[in-house]
Design a protein around this ligand. Structure first.
Ligand code: ME8
Length: 663
């Protein structure tokens, strides 16, 4: 019987369009939902919108439209973005749904009937922005302790939920369930909060002050406070969004993912509400950290709110998904910047995984007629065994451990996956299939190496499926794996060596195109979305442009034929090529120059992928003093045309043997 897994995101306010903060929580939930489906669990993944309350009412008033029309207008912005990002939510709740409103009213009535809701006159400090009252001891110098805006004294009759009654039970629950609030630091924060006496919670607003909300079933002069309405969504959705009511199937929720900003409302308000309603509490409330942008808080007034649509149009969906979850531990704050995203894209994705896939496919095409060859285990050694052990550990241990709801360590999971990417690339370097190919006695070893490289990619495809679904699908297609990701592919141990033989591989576009930072910095659309352009950078570019013009117009010094003859140019054949780590420009080539094999480092990596070069006949300077480029020795120089950027490599129009002189 499949285990049920119910995961939720906060329901976002529809006072504005979604930004990267909203995308972050939703992508995180999607990864967990996808992972659990692949493990064979019965998943329900819920997201949606919080449509009532002052913020939405104010936003609608500003736009001079009715609140409902305002919500209807903004809803597709969220839904379309989730679709674009590949979000696989099973339900999308809007708190204006009639069925949701009915359940909120039912909850309110039941608590009122049990005398857990009462009416009282209340005078206190009120924060309009947070829509909540604060007690005297919370407010210092008339400032809201949460949003730091001024608070005002307000006196009104309201309805209150006897939250304070549940303080001891809640504390005991937190103590007895270490997994209830995560990470641990946040759990301690909540326990600290509960050291002070827990007040009752105002759960209503007079209609005279706020009309946009669900009317109290026992007093038509009031609407319910936004949090009572909003938090109920997690339960109400199960009643009407699945094809059959599913509260018993999915409640209690396995994981509520929230930002740290709304931890108290979830850990304290929601938990005590559930206790009062005699419903079980969720298993885990996980509060993640906060994103800033280029070191600053994201805000409309600063004009630095990042639109995820712009980011994914520029960088690609999977690169964005990867970056958000790889860059910072899930519970900690992070800083979003264009540079950091490009860095991750170019090094981890293009140089790492992209390179491993394309070189493996190329090698299979060149040395195994384009089909997955059979491995011969008797030719294997420690290198193969290390790869096999790492791949099996990744799927059997690393993923389930780090993605467990108590931990949710996306970054460590991805670190684990990229450990195998690195090992795979090293395996190819060390086993050197191009050298094996030259020796007719080593064909079995060659095929074993190619098989194991492809098998590593099958494990990587499965490990990445939840994080980067489109990438996993491309890997699946290029390697001809025939995987169907709608099946519970991770429900059983994946055994090394079960990759089918004889399937045809297919070379496609690079998995992750490399992104040139200097070009992106000029893109005004990113600028307007708050990703600052670097003024110095563009100045530098225009200076280079200038130099280029001058270079073109100067008369170059003439040299004698003797001078030219000092340069030994030779035909060379590229045997192997790979990127120099941490460089987006340098490629390390192994070339055959007839009499010997040489290693040459060439600055042609922006123009060419390493795989494109394998087998090419090129021209090199053979008598250049060896030099080190980024710590890698280069024994010669490759000839290419282009001043600032490489425009083309010098190749030969006819088949000429390696080592022939060029004059
Ligand atoms: O609070 N960094 O809605 P909301 C990381 N409607 N995450 C961020 C973020 C940032 N800079 N900005 C927003 C509400 N988020 C209520 C919730 S739930 C019953 C009701 C994410 O639109 C994060 O998940 O203000 C945060 O908790 C949520 O968006 C707040 O969304």
């Amino acid at each position: 019987m499949a285990q049920s897994f119910y995961i939720t995101t906060p329901i976002y306010y529809v006072n504005d369009v979604p930004h990267i903060g909203h995308a972050y929580t939703t992508i995180a939930a999607d990864v967990l939902a996808r992972f659990r489906r692949l493990q064979g669990d019965d998943v329900f993944f819920l997201t949606g919108l919080d449509e009532h309350g002052q913020k939405v009412q104010q936003a609608a008033a500003k736009a001079s439209i009715a609140p409902q029309a305002h919500c209807d207008h903004l809803t597709p912005q969220f839904q379309d973005l989730w679709e674009k990002l590949g979000i696989t939510n099973n339900g999308f709740i809007r708190t204006t749904d009639q069925q949701h409103q009915t359940i909120v009213k039912r909850f309110l009535q039941s608590l009122y009937d049990k005398d857990l809701i009462y009416q009282a006159e209340y005078t206190g400090w009120y924060c309009t922005f947070d829509e909540r009252f604060w007690t005297e001891k919370d407010v210092e110098a008339g400032i809201c302790p949460d949003c730091k805006r001024p608070v005002e004294q307000l006196s009104e009759s309201n309805y209150f939920f006897r939250m304070g009654q549940f303080q001891d039970r809640l504390k005991a629950h937190i103590h007895d369930h270490p997994e209830f609030i995560r990470p641990i630091s946040r759990r301690n924060e909540v326990l600290g909060f509960l050291e002070k006496p827990l007040e009752d919670l105002s759960i209503s607003r007079p209609k005279s002050r706020l009309s946009w909300g669900i009317e109290l079933p026992f007093d038509s002069d009031y609407v319910t406070y936004v949090w009572f309405d909003a938090l109920t969504n997690y339960f109400s959705a199960l009643d009407y969004l699945p094809s059959v009511p599913s509260t018993t199937r999915y409640w209690p929720a396995t994981t509520h993912l929230v930002g740290k900003d709304i931890l108290t409302t979830h850990a304290v308000y929601w938990s005590t509400m559930l206790m009062a309603l005699e419903l079980p509490l969720p298993q885990t409330i996980f509060a993640h950290g906060w994103w800033t942008v280029n070191g600053e808080k994201m805000s409309k007034s600063r004009g630095n709110v990042v639109d995820p649509n712009v980011i994914i149009d520029t960088f690609g969906i999977d690169s964005f998904r990867y970056f958000l979850l790889r860059e910072v531990p899930f519970g900690q704050d992070g800083d979003f910047s264009q540079e950091a995203l490009i860095g991750r894209n170019n090094s981890d994705l293009a140089n790492g995984l992209g390179n491993l896939l394309s070189r493996t496919v190329t090698l299979i095409q060149r040395f195994a007629n384009g089909t997955i060859p059979a491995r011969v285990t008797s030719t294997e050694d420690d290198l193969d065994r290390e790869l096999e052990a790492a791949a099996e550990t990744l799927l059997q241990t690393t993923l389930p451990h780090h993605l467990h709801p108590e931990r949710i360590e996306f970054n460590r999971t991805l670190e684990g996956i990229w450990g195998l990417v690195q090992l795979g690339n090293q395996y190819i370097d060390k086993t050197a299939p191009w050298a094996l190919a030259k020796d007719s006695t080593k064909q079995e070893r060659l095929h074993t190496v190619l098989y194991n490289a492809a098998e590593t990619l099958r494990f990587l495809c499965l490990a990445n499926a939840a994080f980067m679904p489109a990438t996993a699908q491309t890997m699946n297609e290029q390697l001809g794996l025939g995987l169907d990701f709608s099946h519970p592919l991770l429900s059983q141990n994946i055994d090394w060596g079960t990759l089918g033989i004889g399937t045809t591989v297919q070379k496609g576009q690079p998995l992750f195109p490399r992104i040139d930072a200097s070009i992106l910095n000029k893109e005004s659309k990113l600028e307007t979305q708050g990703l600052k352009t670097d003024g110095q950078e563009s100045n530098k570019d225009s200076k280079e442009e200038e130099n280029k013009h001058q270079e073109g117009s100067t008369i170059e010094d003439q040299i004698s034929i003797e001078d030219f003859m000092k340069v030994q140019l030779k035909v060379a054949k590229v045997l192997a090529a790979e990127r120099v780590p941490k460089s987006n420009k340098l490629l390390k080539l192994q070339v055959d120059i007839g009499t010997e094999q040489r290693q040459i480092v060439a600055g042609i990596g922006k123009k060419y992928d390493p795989e494109q070069l394998i087998g090419q006949t090129i021209v090199i300077v053979a008598n250049l003093k060896p030099a080190k480029l980024m710590g890698v020795e280069s024994q010669g120089m490759v000839l290419a045309a282009g001043i600032k950027e490489v425009e083309g490599l010098l190749t030969l129009s006819e088949a000429v043997a390696a080592g022939v002189k060029v004059k």
